[in-house]
Design a binder for this molecule. Structure first.
Ligand SMILES: Cc1ccc2cc(C(N)=O)cc(O)c2n1
Length: 334
């Protein structure tokens, strides 16, 4: 323990706390200039005393030397994409949409022999799905979805995303936790990136999803570090050494406590039956244009995990979760 360790530990704790306030709580208590000042002090300390830099140090977010290629990672639990059991035909016709919601709810209730089912609901982010592995509370590996069975190891790039904790909050982290979520670029950061691209004479990105994918799959993580990527957690794939919440809603509360950004709707009460699903779909569709991120629909999930397990999966998509897409947004008239 050198004489500098206490100050280095204090700086790491302050910077991780300020980062969480900014990205998870959306309620910063210090100005960016204060964050940057402390960040530079820690960087100088770690450069002078390399033994001080730990895996969870915020300075580990600035990216290292470029990789020659990405290693492949096999997912212990396959990363499934959601089936969209709603036909495109229903997109424009509310009556058709309602009829297909009834079919979906009936199929679930039949599968569970249940009179009424509770659903968790959330917007369907239009970004890039990733898997985050935490061992004893520290981020040890991040991977893209790939084909669902194997993806690319993008840990160094993911470390540069300030919204993703390098260390879980709380005194007793689980021995192992795998979190799934979406890396995305907020609309305002996308506009800013494209303006910078034009100013540099570089090509612009077609949409925030492509910008997020292009930024995350960079072999040079210093480029990723310059891009403003965000993240929202939406599922837990593995837990060891802690109680696994018994519902999706419970998982979202726990993930937020651990330090992950979770979309506010995932913390709202669950809905019941077709009426609840339909009201949610309409509500989000009405708010879609005003959301800070792009979405391409909503997600309904059977809330209780024991019921999810009972329904299982059909082919490679869960029977207990489904995407409900919106009509494509009218092409913006320029
Ligand atoms: C299980 C699962 C798989 C893919 C998902 C994808 C999204 C999404 N794109 O927002 C949200 C979810 O809750 C998901 N949940």
């Amino acid at each position: 323990m050198t004489a500098y360790e206490p100050r280095a530990a204090e700086l790491r704790e302050l910077l991780n706390r300020y980062g969480r306030e900014y990205y998870v709580l959306d309620a910063p208590t210090v100005p960016d200039a204060e964050y940057d000042r402390l960040f530079r002090e820690l960087q100088a300390l770690e450069e002078a005393h390399p033994e001080l830099a730990g895996a969870d140090s915020p300075t580990r977010r600035v990216g290292g030397a470029p990789l020659a290629e990405f290693d492949s990672v096999t997912h212990a639990v396959p990363m499934l994409s959601l089936s969209n059991a709603f036909s495109d035909m229903q997109l424009a016709d509310p009556a058709e949409r309602h009829a297909e919601l009834i079919q979906f709810d009936e199929r679930v209730r039949k599968g569970l022999d249940a009179a009424e089912v509770e659903y968790a609901t959330e917007p369907k982010f239009d970004g890039l799905a990733i898997s985050l592995l935490y061992e004893n509370g520290v981020l040890t590996r991040a991977a893209t979805r790939g084909d669902g069975v194997a993806g690319e190891q993008v840990t160094e790039n993911v470390r540069t995303i300030r919204a993703i904790p390098l260390r879980l909050d709380g005194a007793n982290p689980p021995a192992l936790l795998e979190v799934r979520g979406e890396v995305l670029m907020l609309k305002r950061d996308f506009e800013r990136l494209n303006a910078d691209q034009v100013a540099r004479g570089d090509k612009t990105f077609a949409n925030p999803r492509n910008a997020a994918a292009g930024s995350l799959r960079q072999l040079d993580s210093r480029i990723t570090a310059q891009r403003r990527l965000s993240f929202f957690a939406y599922a837990i794939a593995q837990v060891e050494g802690a109680d696994w919440p018994d519902s999706h809603a419970g998982e979202m509360v726990w993930l937020k406590q651990l330090g992950f950004p979770v979309v506010e709707e995932s913390l709202r009460p669950v809905v019941k039956g077709v009426a609840g699903l339909s009201a949610y779909y309409e509500g989000v569709q009405a708010r879609r244009a005003g959301l800070p991120f792009e979405i391409d629909g909503v997600v309904y999930k059977v809330n209780r995990r024991v019921l999810q397990d009972a329904l299982g999966f059909v082919s490679r998509a869960p029977r207990w979760a489904i995407a409900h897409k919106f009509p494509a947004e009218e092409a913006l008239t320029v």
